[in-house]
Write a protein that binds this ligand. Structure first.
Ligand SMILES: C[S@@+](CC[C@H](N)C(=O)[O-])C[C@H]1O[C@@H](n2cnc3c(N)ncnc32)[C@H](O)[C@@H]1O
Length: 231
């Protein structure tokens, strides 16, 4: 997969993209990430990328020309998604990460200031994605979260692919609790069943925990209860 990040701050990505599982995956060529700075495509000698909003109001708006030119300068690999990071977009969820992991190329457009000229949304982006119902200063953190979540799903990033299947949000459930040694830490004991070596009982306990946790913390993930029969 090829991932292009269109950002005014390419230096933001250097550390995270070189670190841990993500860094190893990119080092092994599982995906290639390139940063392109729209400032390099500005039309004037001051390399201006923002301007005042038509109609007045606070803040600056990112100009369309440098953003279009930056995206249009990129090689195209099909199928490709051009993602505008915006708090007004579709919320980023595991199912959406899975969908995005099927593209050959992701182009991630990071906004700043008051946001981007509306024509970027209507004529350049194929997807609008939000990290959540809050407003950040720029699209870099959402873009990084998206890259991490997508690359993690690509074959070869996570050694044991079975571990992906039981994880939170796969099958619409949160994952069960994990324990490791010691079996007794400050008197807080690991549940007996996990020490039993009885695989079927462990699997049953984990499934129950998944359902209990999801019901307690994220009931919105569970299908609606069936209606009681008419009495
Ligand atoms: C300060 S925000 C602009 C918010 C915009 N004025 C609004 O009210 O919708 C600047 C940029 O940060 C990014 N951003 C901020 N919060 C985000 C979020 N929750 N999800 C995705 N991108 C976000 C977007 O790229 C956005 O263009």
């Amino acid at each position: 997969m090829r991932i292009d990040i269109v950002t005014l701050f390419p230096e933001f990505f250097a550390g995270p993209l070189a670190t841990s599982l993500l860094g190893r995956a990119l080092g092994r060529g599982i995906a290639q990430v390139h940063c392109t700075n729209p400032r390099d495509f500005a039309l004037d000698r001051h390399r201006t990328v923002d301007d005042i909003p038509y109609g007045g109001g606070a803040g600056m708006v990112m100009k369309p020309e440098p953003l279009f030119a930056a995206v249009e300068s990129l090689p195209v690999c099909e199928p490709r998604a051009v993602v505008l990071l915006t708090p007004q977009g579709q919320p980023l969820r595991q199912a959406l990460l899975r969908e995005l992991s099927g593209f050959a190329q992701l182009v991630l457009v990071c906004g700043h200031y008051e946001g981007v000229d509306e024509r970027v949304r209507t004529h350049l982006a194929t997807h609008e994605i939000s990290l959540g119902d809050f407003v950040l200063t720029g699209g870099e953190i959402p873009a990084l979260a998206l890259v991490d979540g997508v690359v993690r799903l690509l074959p070869g990033t996570v050694g044991n692919r079975e571990s992906l299947a039981s994880e939170s949000f796969e099958e619409g459930l949160l994952e069960y609790p994990h324990y490791t040694r010691p079996a007794d830490f400050r008197g807080w004991k690991v549940p007996e069943v996990l020490l039993s070596g009885h695989h079927a009982q462990i699997a049953r306990w984990r499934r129950e925990q998944q359902i209990l946790r999801t019901r307690a913390r994220r009931p919105d993930l569970l299908p609606p209860e069936p209606c009681p029969p008419n009495s």
